[in-house]
Design a protein around this ligand. Structure first.
Ligand code: HEM
Length: 518
């Protein structure tokens, strides 16, 4: 809690703890139907203290082993139901989606101006309109229009990797940001220090820091922390909220202004924002305010939702190639056999490259980018399999545990694309993972664009580069144990990696290969 309260505020907390404890002790335990089984709770804090804050999915996995696929926990006053199996996730979040499409209350959403992001908007008409506007550009058929741009960006990535291979992480981040900015605003990002990307980074950094489940649980329990005036000693919360509001406003308005200016000068290409700005002109005046709000939500969520997630998956791909040279060799042999060496793969080749597809699936499964998805919430109380799910409970689909299902994915911690292929090397449909994109009415609406981006990078980079372990001064491989970031999204921390041209590929050849599209 030290990042929220200083020593003086610490005096207020025990008072609040005692008050909550009294209220809790007056509340009756449910007997029939019972809550799902779960770990024993401490007074007031519930299970918060037993969570591994760096990797909560590990705590949930341990609870799953002890209590089963549906677990009940409590973080302060927040009921939490953790779903550890895909079947239960589908039963509740897909089949009963009218009851499980809300989001848990986020105390920082309004003060930090995270109302712009419809991923956190409560279920209702406001969310529905923003999602509908978003969907029109990112649904499966519409997302096909992004593909030439995605290939072009993947080829820019090849150039960047050729010039400064050691900056592979920055290049991958630039690729993901650049696809998102192009699809949303038809804006070409600068390879380094792009002003709009900087605005998003600033807003995201501050916002996500205060949107973690732990902070949320504390603020839900002690909402007064958000109301303390800025002059109150130790109150950083309100000041951070003001700065966040300023950053978020800048992040939303500046790119929209860019699109408006491009439209006025006749230089705007197709994009989500230009399409919505045109449609705004046709709205009745009484609907204009809600359309304006949805337009801002749809466009800013596209960038925020699309860049960090995609770059995380791509870093996992590079890590997998460095650690598994035999997978890389098999993929390159497939590309050489199907595409040849005189051109780069494009989306027409996709159906003929099952091993590349299997790598894409395994990247998504092996290290899920959102190990706990984004929590849903129960609109009303419900009963499932004899267990009571309280109204307002946060419902967490434990994607991590689903990715570790040994029956569907034997040896789950290993990277084995072959698990998705039959004996003849053709793709199996039965075990294709989809859980990493979430469930029900909230399922990731950017998934078609995300998968196309990841495919474009896998196929393009493997056609011309080799990823391998970096060498030390003596020319020996630098061995390492991969580590990962933690938070809402997760990706590998920087690791020593060498990106070298495949034999027969030099800069002239690369320039020739890229010519038709560049
Ligand atoms: C590897 C890439 C990606 C992964 C793993 C991923 C995963 C997810 C997950 C797990 C959710 C929450 C679903 C739920 O609540 O059940 C989500 C929501 C969302 N994603 Fe993605 N995503 C990815 C890429 C993208 C991209 C590229 C975009 C935009 C173009 C995007 C836009 C969104 C939006 C707008 C939501 C909020 C949906 C809502 O609340 O209605 N995502 N994503």
């Amino acid at each position: 809690m030290s990042w929220i309260v200083d020593a003086r505020l610490g005096l207020l907390v025990p008072v609040a703890l005692i008050a909550i404890s009294l209220v809790r002790s007056l509340q009756k335990k449910r007997a029939d139907p019972p809550l799902p089984p779960g770990p024993p709770q401490l007074p007031v804090v519930g299970n918060v203290l037993s969570i591994d804050s760096k990797a909560p999915w590990n705590t949930y996995a341990a609870w799953c082993a002890d209590y089963g696929d549906l677990v009940y926990a409590r973080f302060f006053s927040q009921d939490v139901v953790i779903i550890n199996s895909e079947k239960i996730a589908k039963d509740l979040l897909d089949k009963r989606s009218n009851n499980y499409s809300d989001r848990p209350f986020l105390p920082t959403r309004i003060p930090f101006r995270w109302t712009h992001n419809f991923a956190f908007t409560p279920y209702g008409n406001e969310w529905r309109l923003a999602r509908r506007l978003f969907h029109q550009s990112f649904r499966a058929e519409a997302a096909l229009d992004f593909r030439p741009m995605q290939l072009r960006k993947a080829r820019q990535l090849l150039n960047n990797l050729t010039d400064t291979p050691q900056s592979y992480q920055a290049h991958v981040t630039t690729f993901a940001a650049s696809v998102a900015m192009s699809a949303t605003y038809d804006y070409e990002t600068a390879p380094l220090d792009d002003p709009f990307v900087g605005m998003v980074d600033r807003a995201l950094y501050l916002g996500l820091k205060f949107m973690t489940p732990e902070t949320t649980a504390i603020l839900n329990a002690f909402p007064f922390l958000l109301r303390l005036p800025t002059w109150f000693p130790g109150s950083s919360m309100k000041r951070n909220a003001l700065v966040s509001t300023q950053y978020v406003t800048e992040m939303i308005e500046s790119p929209l202004q860019y699109v408006q200016e491009s439209m006025a000068s006749g230089t705007a290409g197709p994009s989500l924002a230009s399409d919505l700005l045109k449609r705004k002109e046709q709205q009745e005046s009484d609907r204009l305010p809600e359309f304006e709000q949805a337009l801002r939500q749809a466009s800013s969520t596209a960038f925020v939702g699309g860049s960090e997630t995609t770059s995380s998956a791509l870093l996992t791909f590079i890590l997998a190639m460095v650690l598994h040279p035999h997978v890389q060799e098999r993929a390159q042999a497939e590309i050489d056999a199907v595409v040849g060496k005189d051109r780069l793969p494009d989306f027409d080749d996709q159906p003929s490259l099952p091993y590349i597809e299997a790598i894409l699936r395994e990247v998504n499964r092996w290290q899920p980018v959102l190990p706990l998805g984004v929590a849903h919430a129960a609109t009303n109380s419900d009963v499932y399999d004899g267990y009571y799910i309280p109204k307002g409970a946060a419902v967490v689909a434990n994607t991590w545990e689903m990715s570790r299902n040994e029956i569907i994915y034997p040896r789950p911690s290993e990277f084995i694309p072959e698990r998705f292929l039959d004996a003849g090397g053709q793709l199996l449909d039965a075990n294709a993972p989809t859980f990493m994109f979430g469930f029900g009415r909230r399922i990731c609406p950017g998934r078609y664009t995300a998968e196309a981006s990841i495919w474009a990078v896998i196929a393009s980079t493997l056609a011309v580069f080799e990823f391998s372990k970096a060498k030390d001064a003596q020319g020996n491989d630098i061995e390492f144990v991969p580590t990962f970031t933690s938070g809402l999204t997760r990706h590998p921390n920087p690791f020593p990696c060498r990106v070298t041209p495949r034999s027969g590929v030099n800069s002239e050849k690369l320039a020739r290969l890229m010519d038709p599209i560049a």
